[in-house]
Design a protein around this ligand. Sequence first.
Ligand code: V47
Length: 397
Amino acid sequence: MTTLLVEFRGWVIIEQMPNAHPFQTHPFQTDDPRLIPIKDKVLAGERLTEADALVLYGTGDILAVGWLANWVRERMHGDKAYFNVNRHINPTNVCVAACRLCAFGRKKDTPGAYTMALEEAFQTAASGYTEAVTEFHIVGGLHPDLPFQYFLDLVSGLKERFPQVHMKAFTMVEVAYLAKRSKLTIRETLVKMKEAGVDSLPGGGAEIFSDRVRHIICDHKIDGDQWLDTARLAHQIGLKSNATMLYGHIEDDEDRVDHLLKLRALQDETGGFQTFIPLAFHPANTPLQHLFTTTGMDDIKQIAVSRLVLDNFPHIKSYWQMMTPKIAQISLRFGADDIDGTVVEEKIYHDAGATTPQGLRRHDLVRLIQEAGREPIERDTLYRPVTRTETSFTVSV
Ligand code: V47
């Protein structure tokens, strides 16, 4: 194994790849007979069907579903649970799309609308905690006037100032919008982004692929097929990405299963997805604020079903900002192997009523994982283990 040593003022990174071995200590039990053939398939490593996924969503036996998801998670990652030291940057909240799911976007020149000058974005990137970040997570609104060059300059300027930091930037929705505005193909747009310094893409904007639901919650966005096509092109030019699913609004179990199966099919084709992140809908301050928030049972069930259905996704993330740190921690025993990172500053869910902190310190994430009985592994965005000293960090490559 080769290592890359990066000197840095502050903290740092290193390695150890996960060993695959089941740790499960107690036997499988269920009072739902429909779960028995599913258990046999899971233990035999067989792929679950649409009907199986619907049974998993429909059963009340959360402990049995969790047992299965945990079995798979431990087979893939042993006791390891991943986190990273990252910072979110949202360069603008100005957005032409008025999605009903969103409390973050603003129309241009309306109260609360902002757009960072490049220098401001660079200063934001440098602010936060003392630990050296290994990832910038950069997403924003669909601004009607900002030129494509602004986004290229943003990424190349960040790369110049923070050469050791991975740029996980721009959702498929932003990529497709910038391509349209700059009259480039999506492939050309992605290539230019990559040349400017984009290292991978985050998973946002996928929402729910079902046309019926998408028309209601995010009518102005690209449709599900376009999201998948954009992800396919990103993977084809060598950019890894994540994938999300927004749940807990007006979708039903069939819509969730359809979403998962479409992601699974694309992953069979490209292998370019790293991590799946189910995102619980936060209704406050959105046009859908009359809806209930998700419950703990729904959140945990969603993590477990994702682990079981997405057999070709290496990682399932229980994003602590979205799930709350407590649910994210418990998820580590129900299929999740990642809880995301320090974040530092979060706007999208806080505008929609999230009560979680803006960020967590590295030692908070370590403690959450340890108290779940798991082994914390700091990773970079590509899941290379990171080892820190006080003056440098090392990434295994
Ligand atoms: O695309 C917007 C969702 C996403 C709301 O790739 C909402 O590692 C809930 O994609 N309630 C952005 N969700 C966040 C995202 C993400 C987060 C963390 C890690 C990664 C990753 C990706 O948030 C949006 C949308 O799907 N969203 N509004 C809301 N009111």
